[in-house]
Write a protein that binds this ligand. Structure first.
Ligand SMILES: Nc1ncnc2c1ncn2[C@@H]1O[C@H](COP(=O)(O)OP(=O)(O)OP(=O)(O)O)[C@@H](O)[C@H]1O
Ligand SMILES: [Mg+2]
Length: 341
């Protein structure tokens, strides 16, 4: 498949007004509070934000992989274009429907941080990739084995035929992460959700994996949602970025908009917190203050409790409306609403 040109109106995924809560002993916790995002064909959307901002919950919902105590609000919409061209409303599918099972893995695949836990220790790597292929594609065992070896080769694992016969513990962390990408890609998904896939890897291996994902995307034409808490990592892979905090989107734009002209104080603070190789030894500015508990979400802009530029009596009263800074760049912040007046 050819990588479609930038600016294509054709979205693979459109999420609107997504709201997700959890029933807990302490009451209802709202983890994702009415967010919108979309992913274009062949492009990478980056979602960035600190721990607990709702990055995983909002994207795992695309595969309906949420825990039992979760509630997706009735007004939420997740529209996904299937390989057949048909668009489905994921929130309306029955939990165990055939259609959902086909989408999960076969069309939307997920890779995450701890590859060790995603492989069974008792089967070889090759066997597990083959299983995935056989489950999602109409091929013989011999063909599945060839696809598995080819995928291991593609993700840069040397001697793939030999590696095929090894067990997960025999591979290094970086190798296992590559193998996990191989499993996901062997199902030929149109959307790959990469949930902090490089966080546990050292900087060199991390750079290799990011490079690999860029290459594979060019070759295979898939779309990617890349999740991380590190804006520096996302800048290397994403076409567009959504900045999330406590279940809300605070800013969105092209990677250039967000990195070169961040307008939300939260985005600016995240940028200051990027570790830079050329500044090793310098102190990073961690964002001041604690993230509030989702059980006591602040009224108004969720970031006001930690914001240097907070306008008292405004930011702590209601959530700002979106301000469109350009065709591609939107910010949710009263500092900008005021400028418009
Ligand atoms: N099973 C659950 N029960 C109750 N609340 C949950 C559950 N899973 C997630 N949450 C809530 O959802 C919020 C968002 O979680 P999520 O895992 O999406 O954050 P994240 O942005 O991916 O964070 P991290 O960077 O740590 O992975 C959490 O703060 C938590 O309050
Ligand atoms: Mg997460």
């Amino acid at each position: 498949m050819e990588k479609r040109k930038e600016g294509s109106q054709d979205n693979l995924l459109e999420v609107k007004n997504l709201k997700i809560s959890f029933k807990t002993d302490e009451g209802i916790v709202t983890a994702v509070d009415g967010i919108d995002f979309s992913v274009k064909h062949g492009q990478t959307l980056g979602i960035v934000g600190e721990s607990g901002s709702g990055k995983s919950v909002s994207t795992w919902s695309i595969m309906r992989l949420l825990p039992k105590n979760s509630i997706i609000d009735k007004g939420s919409s997740i529209r996904f274009q299937r390989k057949s061209g048909k668009t489905v409303e994921i929130t309306k599918l029955k939990a165990n429907s055939r259609e959902l099972r086909k989408i999960r893995g076969g069309e939307v695949a997920l890779i995450f941080q701890e590859p060790m836990s995603s492989f069974s220790p008792v089967y070889t790597i090759g066997n597990q990739i083959m299983e995935a292929v056989l489950h999602h594609r109409d091929v013989t065992k011999e063909e599945a084995e060839e696809i598995a070896v080819d995928m291991l080769d593609r993700v840069g694992i040397s001697n793939p035929r030999q590696r095929f016969k090894q067990y997960p513990f025999e591979l290094s962390g970086g190798m296992r992460q590559r193998a996990m990408i191989a499993v996901a890609l062997s199902m030929n998904p149109s959307l790959l959700i990469a949930d902090e896939p490089t966080t546990s890897l050292d900087v060199t291996i991390q750079a290799q994996i990011l490079e690999l994902m860029n290459e594979l995307q060019e070759d295979l034409g898939m779309s990617i949602i890349f999740i991380t808490h590190n804006l520096g990592v996302i800048a290397q892979v994403a076409d567009e970025i959504e900045v999330m905090y406590l279940g809300k989107i605070l800013e969105r734009g092209t990677t250039k908009d967000i990195i070169k002209q961040p307008e939300h104080p939260y985005t600016q603070a995240l940028l200051k917190a990027i570790p830079r190789l050329d500044h090793l030894g310098e102190r990073l500015t961690a964002i001041q203050g604690d993230i509030p508990s989702p059980l006591s979400r602040p009224v108004g802009c969720p970031f006001y409790t930690r914001c240097d530029d907070v306008i008292s009596g405004v930011c702590d009263v209601k959530m700002p409306e979106p301000t469109q800074l350009s065709d591609t760049h939107t910010v949710y912040c009263f500092l900008h609403e005021e400028k418009d007046d």
